[in-house]
Design a binder for this molecule. Sequence first.
Ligand code: ATP
Ligand code: MG
Length: 340
Amino acid sequence: MIELIEVYKTFNRKGISNEALKGIHLKVEKGDIFGVIGYSGAGKSTLIRLVNYLERPTKGQVFIEGKALDTYDVKELRAVKRKIGMVFQHFNLLESKKVFDNVAMPLILANKDKKEIQARVTELLEFVGLSDKAGSYPNELSGGQKQRVGIARALASNPSILLCDEATSALDPQTTQSILQLLKKINKEYNITIMIITHEMSVIQEICNKVAVMENGEIIEQGSVLDVFGHPKHPTTKNFVRTVIQTELPDRVKQSVEQEADYRLFKLEFVGETASEPILYNLIRQSDIKFNLLFASTAEIQETTLGNMVIQLTGDNEKINQAVSFLKANGVEVEEVQEI
Ligand SMILES: Nc1ncnc2c1ncn2[C@@H]1O[C@H](COP(=O)(O)OP(=O)(O)OP(=O)(O)O)[C@@H](O)[C@H]1O
Ligand SMILES: [Mg+2]
């Protein structure tokens, strides 16, 4: 659907060159809600601007539906751009136009007839829950309502791709939630592929199925949200994951490790089904090693539960090994650690 191959973007200004993107490889499949996360200046907006061809790559190619954008002629390019809707952080609404006309703008520009515009805008305003605001001006709306107008406008020309650049960053947490739910609904009901840029891991956790983490113009990690959240590798990814899943033990807990002679420490990870099964109960029942639960947390990702635990096992080495085998056999990921 969207593919970037070995893409570079260098800005040259006043003799100073700035490499905003350095060798980006990325593939977004149809139906994905693909999140791109990174700190400020990582190159996220530049990346999304290449996808709708507001910027051209210095090197490399951007493919939309299998065809490289630089091989499209002007007319084809206009058509493909119409298939890509864009939602902005600060809404970019025309303040002097009513909500209805803001949403209608792309259709007016495409010379659609009045009746068609009326029907489409009415349908869209209903979809985003703003039917009663058609005659209002943007400055009469809340931030969340403005973003709903921005989303309706982006959907007006029936896009197959929706690009969102920090679409919820100007909104409070509750409004963010409702906008994310709306994006989810758009993805499901209209079958629109969504690419969403954010610096908030909670946004990725809430709606994305795939994620790419950017730093200094590069993608440092990418994959399914469950994999990346479950096994972050790069320190920056770990920092982002830490904002939504607690894996660090509080000092007080660290001090509660019982200083016995023959203890061993393990980090456990439970994914999905295993998270709810009474595996630990069974372990404790059938083994006579001493079990000390130091820490546990769970998070909901992609409708799957991800559980983390740290346990201290004390007793005969062979019995501890058996316990570890038992856990592994039950689908729990077990990592022995020297300290926590
Ligand atoms: N038009 C431009 N001219 C020159 N440099 C630019 C231009 N656009 C972006 N840059 C530079 O490219 C780098 C990446 O910028 P970009 O806007 O893509 O980052 P970002 O990840 O979106 O950051 P933020 O989270 O703050 O929006 C930055 O160093 C920025 O200064
Ligand atoms: Mg940006």
